[in-house]
Design a protein around this ligand. Structure first.
Ligand code: ATP
Ligand code: MG
Length: 560
């Protein structure tokens, strides 16, 4: 499989790899995708996955999947499993077994002992608050901890006892001894081990000290022989620490870290922590709610792996801001579905039409292909009948200028069928439109009427043949482009109250046996996908609206 259906777009990371291969610095590349199993993956992670796995694919290299499992309280097997499913669903396969930072806990510990022996790490007894105070600020140098000059032997002893569980959680840490006056706060003696009695999904209760992310990450990369360690820009200031650790331990490999900008997507949020809040507070039905920017949410909504990979290709990889409008993602999905989804008709807000001049046995039906460019998709009969459903929005008693749909006394073409004239609109006692009385021009099945032009084409269904169906119409989850802009933004204030509308309508009976996750284009309405969980073949179909059609596709597209 290619990382995308289109040729790769060059970027600064590819240029670096090209140079490293040309100079002989590397004979092949090894990348990794290193998620923390503390939530479900989102569209930002998809960017990173497509980058890391895509590079390995294109350069005939390898990409590891490595869980950064150093925060036991927040991590779970469920998350770890979902991440593997998501990577595979996106179309990628990691090299060999899944790897875990916890597989290296023993080695990480050994390297910490080495740093202590070299006088480059010490056990500190300051409280967290004192440590913050001693750290200084961006404009003010930090101060050395009174414990900084502990003798090596004492540090070795204390560290061994930390591991043995002699001290309370949070009472001591192991710190790298670097430079408390460094302009880079990450180098002001960062903690590399902390005491935390927490059950770990892999190592159980074997450890009560856990290595910190920065310390763990570089060593894990080196142990796996990663050549290019790609991460997002907020780690740029951590790179000196990444290099310091690897420069000061006995390890034969020193991967290089390169940073690229995070993807931010308008009208949504890309942070596991915030997405978890939406789930916990019940703003969405779960991590896989089709409005969520999670990979499983997008999957349930009907997005395709090909479309997401194409999106990643289009947004590219650079160091400059990568805030992208939802429209870019939607058009990548739409373009993929345009060619791959069979086209049928559905009516979401039905209005009944009685065809008064219908003659059983005489008024005909036509066959229609499932895709104009793919005869291989096959065809079905589009049955006509005395009673048909049309979309309520396709009729107006007082149409605006330029109206090409149905009105009393006007004509439209029924897709794949006759030209229909509306003779009368019928209202009930309450004044609600309940039915249209119409006639067809019997001479227009598959041919133009003579002497006049009928411009409008609408979709419809035969009442006697259509299947009742549920349509879940999804819209953006937030009403503003940057719901979480600003540090303490209360993004829940900007939730879109109509991000989900459930409608009961009708669909062509040819979809009757569709499996879950089957995608269709409903003509003039958009792309839809049968729900992964609630749709059962043979029962009343349940469709999620994936994305509407291009605005320009048909005048008068119905989006609600
Ligand atoms: P979150 O803030 O959502 O928890 P994270 O960066 O903490 O994200 P990790 O599990 O640590 O999540 O991420 C795994 C990889 O995915 C990292 O290499 C990270 O840089 C990358 N990544 C995460 N979010 C984005 C994003 N928005 N755009 C690009 N890459 C991302
Ligand atoms: Mg993280």
């Amino acid at each position: 499989m290619s990382s995308a259906s289109q040729p790769a777009v060059s970027n600064f990371i590819r240029s670096i790899i090209d140079a490293d291969l040309a100079s002989g610095k590397h004979s092949g590349i090894v990348t990794r995708f290193p998620p923390e199993p503390n939530g479900y993956l989102h569209i930002g992670h998809a960017k990173s996955i497509c980058l890391n796995f895509g590079l390995a694919f294109d350069y005939y290299g390898k990409c590891n999947l490595r869980f950064d499992d150093t925060n036991p309280e927040k991590e779970s097997e469920e998350y770890a499993q979902s991440i593997q499913d998501d990577v595979r669903w996106l179309g990628f396969q990691w090299d060999g077994e899944v790897r875990w930072a916890s597989d290296y806990f023993e080695q990480l510990h050994q390297y910490a002992v080495e740093l202590i022996q070299k006088g480059l790490a010490y056990v500190d007894d300051l409280t967290a608050e004192q440590m913050r105070e001693y750290r200084g600020t961006l404009t003010q140098a930090g101060r050395n901890s009174p414990y900084r000059e502990r003798p090596v032997a004492e540090n070795l002893d204390l560290f061994a006892r930390m591991r043995a569980g002699e001290f309370a959680d949070g009472s001591r840490v192991l710190r790298a001894k670097i430079d408390m006056s460094s302009g880079n706060i990450n180098l002001r003696d960062p903690a590399i081990y902390r005491i935390r009695r927490a059950h770990h999904i892999r190592t159980g209760d074997r450890w009560c000290i856990y290595p910190m992310y920065d310390y763990t990450h570089c060593i894990s990369d080196a142990l796996e022989g990663i050549t290019h360690s790609l991460c997002t820009l907020e780690f740029e200031d951590h790179r000196p620490l990444y290099d310091w650790v690897l420069d000061n331990i006995t390890i034969p490999c020193h991967p290089r870290q390169y940073e690229f900008s995070r993807l931010e997507l308008h009208y949504t949020i890309t942070s596991k922590r915030k997405l978890l809040q939406l789930v916990n507070e019940g703003h969405v039905s779960g991590w896989d709610d089709p409005r969520m920017p999670t990979i499983i949410g997008m999957r349930r909504r009907g997005y395709t792996p090909e479309g997401i990979r194409e999106f990643a290709r289009r947004i590219g990889v650079s160091k400059s801001g990568n805030t992208v409008d939802m429209a870019v993602l939607e058009s990548a999905i739409r373009e993929d579905l345009e060619n791959s989804a069979p086209r049928v008709m559905a009516v979401i807000r039905p209005l009944k039409v009685v065809v008064t001049n219908f003659v059983a046995g005489k008024t005909g039906s036509r066959e229609a292909g499932f895709h104009p460019d793919h005869p291989d998709f096959g065809a079905r009969l589009v049955p006509f009948g005395k009673e048909i459903w049309i979309e309520a929005d396709d009729f107006s008693e007082n149409p605006p200028a330029g109206w090409q749909r149905l009105t009393v006394g006007g004509e439209v073409r029924l897709r794949y069928s006759y030209v229909l004239r509306c003779d009368e609109a019928i209202r009930d006692a309450g004044g609600n439109m309940v039915e249209l009385r119409c006639t067809i021009d019997p001479d227009t099945l598959g041919k133009n009427p003579s002497g006049r032009k009928v411009k409008g084409v609408i979709h419809w269904l035969s009442g006697a043949h259509a299947l009742p169906a549920e349509f879940r119409l999804y819209d953006r989850l937030f009403t503003v482009p940057e719901p979480d802009a600003g540090k303490d933004a209360d993004y829940c204030k900007y939730l879109n109250p109509v991000s989900l509308i459930v409608a009961q309508g009708w669909v062509e009976s040819c979809v009757k046996d569709a499996e879950p996750e089957t995608r269709y284009q409903f003509e003039r309405l958009g792309y839809f996908c049968t729900d992964r969980h609630d749709h059962k073949p043979g029962a009343k179909p349940v469709f999620n609206r994936t994305v509407t059609l291009k605005d320009s596709w048909v005048k008068g597209q119905i989006t609600r």
